[in-house]
Write a protein that binds this ligand. Sequence first.
Ligand code: SER
Length: 314
Amino acid sequence: MQKPILILGACGQIGTELTMELRTKFGPDAVVASDIREGGESLMASGPFELLDATNYEAIEDVVMHYEIDEVYLMAAMLSATAEKFPMRAWNLNMSSLFNVLNLAKERKIDKIFWPSSIAVFGPNTPRENTPQSTVMEPSTVYGISKQSGERWCEYYHHKFGIDVRSVRYPGLISWKTMPGGGTTDYAVEIYHKALENGTYECFLEEDTQLPMMYMDDAIRATLELMQADPGNINVRSSYNLGSMSFTPKEIAQSIQTHIPDFEVHYKPDFRQQIADSWPSSIDDSLARKDWGWEPTYGLDQTTAEMLENLGKK
Ligand code: SER
């Protein structure tokens, strides 16, 4: 039987779908959702929920003890674009929440951790195409610095204290249930909303900026597969490269135009262009494939069809 799971940051873009999927798989009561604010109706109605600040060690510890939590998924974070505006708040949230869960595991109060890293760990000196697992990193954003530091700490806690912490470097994630907030890859979600609402979109990245992306269903499946993998097969305890598709704003626009021929995009790059320019354009995820059998399923056109259909119904 699955021992109880706690999700920190359950109301965000990933947390919402992760919580629902884990509840479907393990039963509603096995998954305690928590966030600093309440989430959408279906999430709140689907099982236990606690208002919880991920930077507050004692508050997390209370919930962990109360529900006899075994596994924690730490999905609370400040993303790349917002973190540039509030560097210290981002550093504090992203790092102290991670130390809180790593230290709970060190105190043997929980057994297993999932913590997401990001393509933002790479920087302008990283080889951009087919970026390898191990290469020059040198992130140039506040968010990337926090994720790279976090990776080093995860690996350290694993080697030093035997903590079972697992992680993937998510690319930009595309989903229709919950909006992303404050990221550089958010354009790839907004564009579908605007295509349906107005038939036009003003894109904050240049038309030819290629970034690694993934449909949410693939991202959730990757997370669950990694967490279920035999610990002996997990050779990377910092964070795995995770790939799926790569495309530019122009290519996503063309994909949408096959459904909405009059859809127009105008390009007005802002400060997020510089962030995007520092990130890989595609990812070599051969280690994730080899160690725990990762294989993506969604391409751009299938993602577009799913997004337009589901947002249209909404
Ligand atoms: N989607 C994130 C961002 O744009 C990258 O991990 O900040």
